[in-house]
Design a protein around this ligand. Structure first.
Ligand SMILES: *Cc1c(COP(=O)(O)O)cnc(C)c1O
Length: 324
């Protein structure tokens, strides 16, 4: 069951909204086996990489594209660091709409480009940054016909808030702390909204890259966060804190997560890197959102881990190698 069907009464959908779904949501909440102990807390991972296109974007995209269909749009348009592109392209294809996708040239992981192209999107690379691409998308959407499905589209936030509902349901209560990466801040805004609608207010730890323009965590390579104001308001009211993490911190924590058998993309480890920097009350319940799947960015794995060694197919050669 997708998010529209599962949370129909908590989303701005009506009888005319198509129940568009690729099976998004209902992602696993997995208890950490080691990192949680090291941090002295009860740590859970919300593995959003298990969504149909491999990131949390699918929750919001199901709702945003369904609403675009309802509103009679002929196509959708978005700017993307990759995952929005993959998601928008898939949901547009499923709904029979044209998807126009703009990404910063050379700045997107190859698998995400492949996902978008495979399902027939008009995939364009712009000479410029994500922020430049977003500005031109907004202008195009302003001319009508194309619905903008970046997270400035409120239906994206509505769909994404369902992750907070799932966490509360599965734990039987709200977590004490939620940690997640902060790129444009759409997901931070969405979780805050979801928790607020559940009547709870966990402490939110939001990880931004120290070098936003160039971080190896390409999914959060955003210099001008579209939701900076909302995130600022959450900080002001004491709900959220923004923690700056280096690429080295992200890399270290990515290896920790991978060491527990969870393969996420680098940006997804940023939340954990932030958790390692803040004071946590021992024994409290902490949920860390793993925003995207590791298969999204295997080039990062080549950088972060040792290459495979080539051996002869003999037991002696294999044992000699693994005992080193
Ligand atoms: C989009 C994305 C983010 C950043 O989310 P924002 O809503 O822009 O803050 C983080 N990680 C992954 C894998 C993403 O795709």
């Amino acid at each position: 069951m997708g998010v529209i069907a599962r949370y129909r009464d908590r989303l701005p959908v009506g009888p005319k909204t198509p129940e568009l779904s690729l099976g998004e949501g209902s992602t696993p909440l997995i208890r950490s086996t080691r990192v949680g102990d090291a941090l002295g807390v009860e740590l859970w991972f919300k593995f959003e990489g298990m969504n149909p296109t491999g990131s949390f974007k699918d929750r919001g995209m199901a709702v945003a594209v369904a609403k675009a269909v309802e509103d009679g749009a002929t196509g959708i348009v978005c700017a993307s660091t990759g995952n929005t592109a993959a998601s928008a392209s898939a949901y547009a294809a499923h709904a029979g709409l044209t998807a126009v996708v703009l990404c910063p040239a050379g700045g997107v992981a190859a698998a995400k480009v492949a996902q978008s192209r495979a399902v027939g999107a008009r995939f364009l690379e712009v000479r410029g940054s994500f922020d430049d691409a977003l500005r031109s998308c907004q202008e195009l959407a302003g001319r009508g016909d194309f619905a903008l499905v970046n997270s400035v589209n409120p239906f994206r936030i509505e769909g994404q808030k369902t992750a907070a509902f799932e966490i509360d349901e599965e734990l039987g209560r709200a977590p004490d702390v939620l940690a997640l990466p902060y790129g444009g801040g759409g997901n931070t805004t969405a979780y805050a909204k979801g928790f607020a609608e559940d009547g709870v207010r966990p402490r939110m730890v939001c990880a931004q890259a120290a070098k936003r323009a160039t971080t190896l965590a390409s999914a959060i390579r955003i210099v001008e966060p579209a939701h900076a104001q909302e995130v600022g308001a959450l900080v002001g009211e004491g709900t959220a804190e923004v923690v700056t993490v280096s690429d080295e911190d992200i890399t270290r924590m990515w290896l920790e997560v991978a060491g527990e058998g969870l393969f996420c993309e680098p940006a997804s480890a940023a939340g954990l890197a932030a958790l390692a920097q803040v004071d946590l009350v021992p024994g409290t319940t902490v949920v860390c959102v793993l925003t995207g799947h590791g298969l999204k960015d295997t080039a990062a794995v080549d950088v972060l881990t040792a290459a495979a060694t080539i051996v002869d197919p003999t037991v002696e050669a294999i044992l000699a190698e693994v005992s080193r």
